[in-house]
Write a protein that binds this ligand. Sequence first.
Ligand SMILES: *Cc1c(COP(=O)(O)O)cnc(C)c1O
Length: 404
Amino acid sequence: MLDVEAIRKDFPILSREVNGKPLVYFDNAATSQTPQQVIHAIVDYYSNFNANIHRGVHTLSQEATDLYEQSRQKIQAHFNAKFSHEIIFTSGTTHGINLVANGFSSILKTGDEIIVSALEHHSNIVPWQMLCEHTGANLKVIPMNDQGELVMSEYDNLLSENTKLVFTNHISNALGTINPIEYIIKKAHAVGAAVLIDGAQACPHIKPDVQALDVDFYVASAHKMCGPTGVGMLYGKEAWLNKLPPYQGGGEMIAEVTFEKTTYADLPHKFEAGTPNIAGGIVFGTAIDYMNSIGFDAVAQYENELLEYATEKLLSIDGLKIYGTSKHKTSVLSFNLEGIHPYDVGSILDKLGIAVRTGHHCAQPIMDYYKIPGTIRASFAFYNTKSEIDALVEGVKKAKKMLS
Ligand SMILES: *Cc1c(COP(=O)(O)O)cnc(C)c1O
């Protein structure tokens, strides 16, 4: 069991007020809050270790380099990658996806096919559309059903020897659906296609094992798992990372440069041009340590309790509809009140100190499927409580009264 009251003390922001009310933070799917352990690590880095890495002979530079590389090893261990050089630091999930998409532009040919899921975040759609424009490859979409689940029989039908790449998120940010990625990966490999999984929404809730999954690429952002913004990671199988060309040119990523020819650095540096987000990279490791000290099993169990509690309470409100009703889902609740625009509800909740997201959640195709402009999304983390959910339910009732 989690000691939630003790955990809440780790998060300074949770004791502030918004509009004169105690903050209730239910926008965890957009970004998580930051524990003092992580805040302290940022201050510690700039107070004691700040230097550029991988190039200095001086002590500070070597210490900063060691911390950065130790963090890479921590991330490797967390995701169970075989080698630390299979972990590439990125600025976040979006960067990781673009890096892979760009790499495939030299591999794909006209007539090749890329399969994406209907549950994608915009950042997971646009790079593939651009890749298709460049290469003449075609984009296919795994459709969804009313519960917000991907239809696997349709996926089976889309797969063929033309399939070169399959992309899906591990967990949908808009609906919370946990996708059957084990099945998706196995089937893709059977036709010789590579698979990239967007783990941005999964990593705050579960601990993926990239070797057990046998996934080719996996991407995540630190800021959704108690880390800072502007840093993330791309895992890629060694063979794939060796095969893909570098994404950006610059310092750090070269072995030798003349005007005639440049040779590239070994992994992981081949993909890490320029001075990286050094503090962010180091502190990403601190965030992973923090999450592991809470424990992913305990987190999953507690968040599931919150989800069940909130689902039951919200459904007791007349005219409230929940979108995304898969049995396999995490603590994301997307809902609407009949005849009321989600934005108006969100504004009233904000007046009450309750932070939710309203809109299409960067997943317009899902909203089109349900024929709605957007939803109100409350997403829970392990530091939220049932009494906060009670406040949300009261707030929604109040909004309904005021707006109908
Ligand atoms: C947040 C999110 C992204 C984008 O992450 P960034 O950190 O903004 O790059 C991509 N996919 C999913 C599923 C997300 O939840």
